[in-house]
Design a protein around this ligand. Structure first.
Ligand code: HEM
Length: 936
């Protein structure tokens, strides 16, 4: 049936009614007037001096067909541009030199060739190249598309640009080694810069800049787009709908691995080395990178505080290999590949700062050792106020491989866990291979930690986010045995701009408004508003707090991926001091997309093989009726819709948390991260390859194992911590159980005559275990019913009620790491020696290391039995709803507002019966629902 003629189903009608009720409760008109006719139409266009005149198609110069531009080898012609009448124009090297020199002078570029450049210098040179390109376009009357298609073909090594291009962008000599470079260089031997630090992100589609070169996207009508805050305030209000399969652990891991893949460069003021402030200046006094978000006068939230301007600074622009000309690019200042750089850093300099240079260990802070607790991250003594807010000068935030480690506790906790895992493995290696030196232990451990990050991401995280169909379409399903020849040197693992600025930000929709702490025995302790926790990781010094967060992440239900985003992020992000308002992350996401030339949602529909919408009606069924209704009011045409906004609002694809367009961008990116990474953990035949037996050990690792091993006193966890516990499908098991096997590091024993390690540190695949290469997954018929994570789970779950889990044989207890040497020891600030337990609004019990925890029992303890009848699983498969149904919440709990740390209800009962109903619940027919059906 033609979806345009489809009548709304009963469920959709119900949604309209419930939405209307909710909207009236919160005082919002569910059907706002069309933007141009409403009061809201009085917005002024952004006033940062950018001339947003998009060239009308009639006035555009002749556009030669794509691929008709030719690079000229000979003489003085840098590039040939075909003209209308068969003639062609030659852009000469002299013209390029003249354009560059004039721009360089105007924009004041100092600096000799080959000097080391900071990201500020890179951004500056990049802007000059963009302006040079703009001059050439003007001079030769080139079509804006030529900027993207033709100008990059010019051989800049034959121009004066080469004198200014930094040494790191020259082609290095690569050799094949066992360990990755910290900066990701030489992963691809033919394209050494693919995926490397300080390189530009990839484009899936040509950029959509208003002027074809660098100015932010505008409407296809030639007018301004609606301001990002308007889109946010209308379409991304906070309804607090919860997912019913995944825990907060899913966004926590998602954000952690984002910080392994992307970090867009900031534009900085060279004088202060900080992002410029924009809102307190008049437009002509502002830094050129200022592009603040305009807040409409009638904004339902900011108008209460008279705010009309939200800080926003354009991303720093990047340089391509040999400093090519072309349109503005986006720089990634960390490596693209999943290499655990958030633990180690993306440069040798950072990595060295984090190392103890003893026993392969990372630096730590042992402030809580005297309480029998494990190490914390070392204090951030350099630039102590960058990226965190300290209550006073004696307290320090934490230092890790990624500078965002202090953004909020979900991150800080996981940086702590991964640092502990590194040190745990390094200590084991010290016992197993006493002849290994610090460097060898450190690098081998780093190699394993990166493999674990890859495995957990593809085995536990992506199946939940994408579902089996998308996983299989993009070749993301992991093999269970054998080694693969996954590496394809033609695949570029560089992160795409659309992934960084839009698709992978789907996670912002998952974030709840409070972060909960639970006890290690899985009882709710307290909750705290997210906005109070941003940039404030100091909690982590509190004894027992790390465990309580870990337990909270695995027990707190996540929000759903949908158009609703918590007000903690849309009104209170990084709220400062006494202010009752902060930034709006939804606005920043859309502004960032426009800033970086990310084309609209409709362009990506085409890219992903979906029919682009010509009329609003074409989008019926793609979004909920409410969302579509709002879009017709917000945007002039379907061609204008921002990718991030539409991506999180799409109805999820079957079995997936995201819709088809985000599924496509995320699927493709993770495909490239697997097939374009020479160091991918399943790859056989390289010096970096694990042996088959070692690979099998890595395949055993689950995130729950890492939590068990690196929490202080965590002694049980559900098998898959990103999924809500369920006695049958995802049972909570003791950490000692063999269901959560620990990696057996004995398989790394290097006995000298062992063929696994040869003398130069290069690890061969050995003769005993030849690397068998399995069939490429694209060619393998996957007999696959449920996401791989759950195949094991189903089998294991059947055994759960029987106390059958013998202790894991690899569960040796090693002594804690040796104390740091005097030389490397970072003295914790004095106040940290006896930190007081930190109490929050709703005080949970202060830390009382219980006896059971202090003397870990050696014998098996069955999991606590629920005192009630078997609990209802935390899943309510609902068929025929298109995946969505609204249920009323418990009486007295209206729109969630802010809980100020209060529990939603009484503490949950023991056992599994702990999943509290959120006030208003969106139930999704999702993967676990399907599993239940499968299980009959
Ligand atoms: C409490 C949780 C989170 C907070 C406070 C947060 C905050 C932010 C902020 C402030 C930015 C920069 C916005 C801009 O100016 O462009 C950002 C970027 C980003 N976020 Fe989040 N985020 C959170 C969780 C997540 C999650 C769960 C994901 C994905 C699963 C995610 C993915 C991203 C991505 C891909 C970027 C771009 C990063 C870059 O390369 O610079 N975030 N986030």
């Amino acid at each position: 049936m033609d979806s345009r003629n489809r009548l709304p189903s009963d469920i959709e009608k119900l949604q309209w009614i419930v939405f209307g009720l909710v909207a009236s409760l919160v005082g919002v008109d569910p059907q706002p007037q069309r933007h141009p006719h409403s009061l809201w139409s009085s917005f002024l266009p952004p006033t940062n001096g950018i001339d947003h005149q998009r060239q009308s198609p009639a006035k555009r110069p002749f556009q030669p067909p794509v691929n008709q531009y030719t690079r000229q080898g000979g003489d003085n012609c840098a590039i040939n541009i075909p003209g209308r009448n068969g003639d062609s124009a030659c852009v000469t090297y002299e013209a390029v030199n003249a354009a560059f020199s004039a721009t360089k002078q105007r924009m004041n570029l100092p600096g000799p060739k080959g000097r080391s450049m900071t990201d500020i210098d890179v951004d500056h040179l990049s802007q000059i190249l963009v302006e040079t390109s703009r001059n050439l376009i003007r001079e030769y009357n080139l079509h804006p598309d030529a900027v993207h298609e033709a100008l990059p073909l010019i051989d800049t090594q034959r121009t004066v640009i080469d004198d200014f291009c930094p040494a790191y962008l020259k082609r290095p000599k690569c050799s094949v080694k066992r360990y990755r470079e910290y900066n990701g260089m030489c992963n691809n031997l033919d394209h050494p810069h693919w995926g490397a630090t300080l390189s530009t992100m990839r484009r899936l589609l040509p950029p959509d800049y208003a002027d074809g070169v660098s100015e932010p996207r505008i409407s296809v009508t030639g007018k301004e787009l609606p301001t990002a805050r308007y889109v946010s305030a209308i379409n991304h209000r906070d309804f607090g709908f919860h997912d019913h399969a995944v825990t907060v652990y899913l966004p926590a891991w998602g954000q952690l691995i984002d910080h392994d893949m992307t970090m867009g460069a900031e534009s900085k003021d060279p004088e202060t080395d900080a992002e410029p402030k924009c809102c307190d200046k008049t437009p002509n006094q502002r830094h050129p990178a200022c592009w603040p978000v305009e807040i409409p006068t009638e904004d339902p939230f900011y108008s209460n505080f008279g705010r009309r301007c939200m800080e926003f600074v354009r991303s720093g622009s990047g340089l391509t290999e040999n400093c090519k000309l072309g349109s503005r690019t986006t720089m990634n200042i960390i490596t693209s590949t999943l290499d655990a750089n958030f633990v180690y850093g993306s440069s040798k300099e950072t990595a060295d700062k984090l190392r103890r240079f003893q026993g392969g260990l990372l630096k730590t802070n042992s402030a809580n050792h005297h309480l029998g607790l494990k190490d914390l991250l070392p204090p951030k003594l350099e630039s102590p106020d960058a990226g965190c807010v300290r209550p006073n000068k004696d307290v320090y935030c934490f230092l890790a491989g990624d500078t965002r480690a202090n953004q909020q506790v979900m991150l800080t906790t996981h940086h702590t866990i991964m640092m502990r895992e590194h040190n745990r493995i390094a200590v084991e290696f010290g016992y197993i291979n006493p002849h290994w030196d610090d460097e060898k232990i450190y690098q081998e451990t780093r190699h394993i930690v990166a493999a674990m990050v890859q495995h957990i991401t593809y085995n536990e995280f992506l199946p939940m986010v994408l579902g089996k169909d998308i996983m299989s379409r993009y070749g993301l399903l992991l093999d269970k045995k054998g080694m693969g020849s996954f590496y394809d040197p033609t695949v570029d693992p560089t992160i795409p701009v659309g992934f960084f600025a839009a698709a992978y930000r789907f996670g912002h929709s998952l974030i709840p408004s409070t972060i909960e702490r639970w006890s290690v025995s899985h009882q709710f302790v307290s909750a705290r508003r997210l906005s109070e926790m941003l940039l404030n990781p100091i909690d982590m010094y509190g004894p027992g707090i790390c465990d309580q967060y870990l337990s909270g992440f695995m027990n707190q239900v996540s929000q759903a991926v949908d158009d609703s985003v918590t007000e903690e992020l849309t009104n209170h992000l990084f709220q400062e001091g006494q202010n009752r308002w902060g930034l709006d992350l939804a606005s920043l996401n859309m502004q960032r997309g426009r800033d970086n030339g990310v084309p609209s949602y409709n362009a990506f529909r085409r890219y992903c093989g979906l029919p682009p919408a010509r009329h609003w009606d074409d989008l019926i069924g793609v979004f909920t009726n409410d969302t579509l209704q709002r879009y017709t009011n917000i945007y002039s045409t379907p061609d204008d819709i921002d990718l991030w906004s539409a991506g999180i609002s799409e109805r999820p694809a079957p079995g997936s948390m995201v819709g088809p367009v985000f599924g496509c961008i995320i699927g493709e990116t993770f495909r490239n991260l697997r097939y374009g990474d020479r160091f991918w953990y399943e790859n056989g035949g390289w010096p970096s390859s694990f042996t088959q037996a070692q690979l099998q050990e890595i395949r055993k690792v689950k995130l729950s194992r890492l939590v068990c091993d690196n929490g202080d006193h965590i002694d049980s966890a559900q098998v898959y911590v990103m999924v809500l516990p369920d006695p049958k499908l995802n049972p909570r098991v003791p950490c000692r159980s063999s269901v959560l096997p620990r990696i057996n590091l004995e398989l790394w024993r290097d006995s000298g005559d062992n063929a696994n390690y040869n003398n130069d540190g290069v690890h061969s695949t050995g003769t005993e275990e030849p690397a068998t290469v399995s069939i490429h997954p694209h060619e393998t018929e996957q007999l696959f019913q449920v996401p791989p994570a759950f195949q094991h789970l189903q089998e294991e779950a059947l055994l759960f009620d029987e106390p059958k889990y013998p202790p894991d044989p690899n569960h040796h207890i090693r002594p804690p790491p040796p104390p740091p040497s005097q030389q490397d020891y970072v003295e914790p600030p004095h106040h940290q020696h006896h930190p007081e337990p930190i109490h929050h609004h709703s005080a949970g019990p202060a830390y009382q290391p219980d006896q059971q925890h202090q003397h870990r029992p050696q014998q098996y303890h069955p999991p606590p039995k629920a005192s009630h009848p078997p609990p209802v699983p935390a899943i309510f498969p609902v068929s025929g709803t298109g995946g969505v149904l609204l249920l009323p919440g418990p009486p007295g709990h209206g729109h969630h507002g802010h809980h100020h740390g209060h529990n939603y209800g009484p503490p949950p009962a023991a056992g599994y019966n702990h999943v509290r109903r959120p006030p208003r619940t969106r139930v999704k027919s999702n993967i676990l629902g399907k599993l239940l059906k499968l299980k009959g």
